[in-house]
Ligand binder design. Structure first.
Ligand code: NAI
Length: 396
């Protein structure tokens, strides 16, 4: 079929397998160009199909020759209907891994469920024996709790009072004011249940109880802080409470891994265009001004550059892992640099629909958004008849 982008609100409902494969290859090339990392050899990535999780899988495999198991929740293709982007990303990743002689298997299903945990544990037992590194990179709006069966929904809202600020519709470049009502009822609790640390802890407990973690095993989950411009809706909002919970969970997981000399880390990453971040009001405008500023300064990074740096310079540099006063790894250091934040803030107060393309990197935002779904990728012929029924080798 001829596959074109089809937008519905903040998401694109189609994805292009050839574009997705090209994106994966580019990420692999980047990692290979940076040389070998003395990292772990058996890696489990939960949330492995897009964004930071995919970058973590690629960096593990192609930076450290690791065997990887990836867990994710993606839509397979049907005749005349494309798969979701993460499906095609994974199909391409597994192909490239096979060419390089690397073990890679994937599990598609709800990582919050007992069933998927059980399947993953069985696969580890059968194929890898133990795991040296667990990356926890889920971004989900809902979680059905495995013990109660209750489905919880997270919300992206400020706490206490209404928040009004500028935002952009990145499809048409319209900058406008948006007001977000404060959360109410059980919004905070629900957001913590979905995006906090409980499920991460459950995964680590399950792995440890079955003796599937190696001596010195480590686990890393991803968090975000960001600027004062977005803090009402992000770090001081409902999602920020969930991130506080996730960060606190690192300490309790570290305690339970102590007998293995293992450790849990949270890495605070940079704001990037992903499916998750495009859905948060105000953030896309912040990101387009941030991209412009960081590109001008020559310090812009995407998911793969962030994670490659996290692995090479922080986690597996051979030195002690540097952390901030709250025990977190900071790979958002360049985003949070004073000069960067000052410039973004100055632009924020000037930006309008008319001058956004000059002050901000709206074009870069849009391009990256299309890239997430395999569109607008250089060298791909989008007028060509394309097979949508691409399968993931290990799931066939
Ligand atoms: P993403 O949307 O690109 O990736 C989410 C992954 O989770 C995908 O592999 C998806 O299949 C998987 N997933 C979602 N629900 C699932 C479920 N029920 N079962 C199994 N897999 C499921 O998200 P992104 O942006 O890479 O986020 C990953 C983490 O990084 C999140 O914790 C996020 O808060 C954090 N982060 C994101 C930043 C950003 O700007 N995008 C910045 C800093 C941290």
């Amino acid at each position: 079929m001829i596959i074109q982008p089809r937008m519905r609100g903040f998401i694109c409902t189609t994805a292009h397998p050839v574009g997705a494969a090209e994106n994966v290859k580019q990420q692999i090339n980047y990692v290979t160009s940076k040389g070998k990392i003395d990292g772990p050899k058996r890696v489990l990535v939960i949330g492995a199909s897009t964004g930071f999780g995919l970058a973590s899988r690629i960096t593990s495999a192609f930076g450290s020759d690791a065997s990887t198991i990836g867990v994710f929740f993606e839509k397979p293709p049907m005749e005349g209907k494309t798969a979701s982007a993460g499906w095609y990303n994974t199909a391409a990743f597994e192909q490239e891994a096979a060419k390089a002689g690397l073990y890679a298997k994937s599990i598609n299903g709800d990582a919050f469920s007992d069933e998927i945990k059980k399947q993953t544990l069985a696969l580890i037992k059968e194929d890898l024996g133990q795991i040296d590194l667990v990356i926890y990179s889920l971004a989900s709006p809902v979680r059905t709790h495995p013990k109660t069966g209750i489905t919880h929904r997270s919300v992206l809202k400020p706490i206490g009072e209404k928040f009004t600020n500028n935002t952009v519709d990145f499809h048409n470049g319209n900058v406008s004011e948006v007001s977000i009502e404060p959360c109410s009822g059980d919004d905070i609790e629900n957001t913590i249940i979905v995006m906090g640390g409980e499920d991460w802890q459950m995964w680590m407990d399950a792995l440890k109880n079955e003796n599937l973690l190696s001596e010195g095993a480590i686990t890393v989950a991803y968090s975000y802080i960001g600027s004062s411009l977005t803090e009402a809706v992000y770090r001081n909002g409902t999602i920020g409470k969930a991130k506080d919970d996730l960060e606190a969970t690192a300490f309790s997981i570290s305690n339970s891994l102590a007998e293995l000399n293992g450790k849990a880390y949270v890495s605070v990453n940079k704001a990037l265009v992903t499916q998750a971040s495009s859905a948060i009001p105000v953030i896309p405008l912040y990101i387009s001004l941030l991209y412009k500023t960081m590109k001008t300064k020559g310090i812009h990074e995407g998911c793969i550059e962030q994670i490659q740096r996290l692995f090479q310079d922080r986690l597996f540099s051979g030195k002690e892992v540097p952390v901030d006063e709250k025990g977190r790894i900071r790979i958002d250091d360049w985003e949070m640099r004073e000069d960067v934040q000052q410039e973004v803030e100055a632009l924020w107060h000037q930006v309008t629909t008319e001058n956004l393309s000059e002050l901000g990197d709206l074009e870069g935002y849009r391009k990256e958004f299309y890239h997430l779904f395999g569109f607008d990728v250089a060298g791909v012929d989008y007028t060509k008849d394309t097979d949508e029924m691409v399968q993931i080798e290990s799931i066939k």
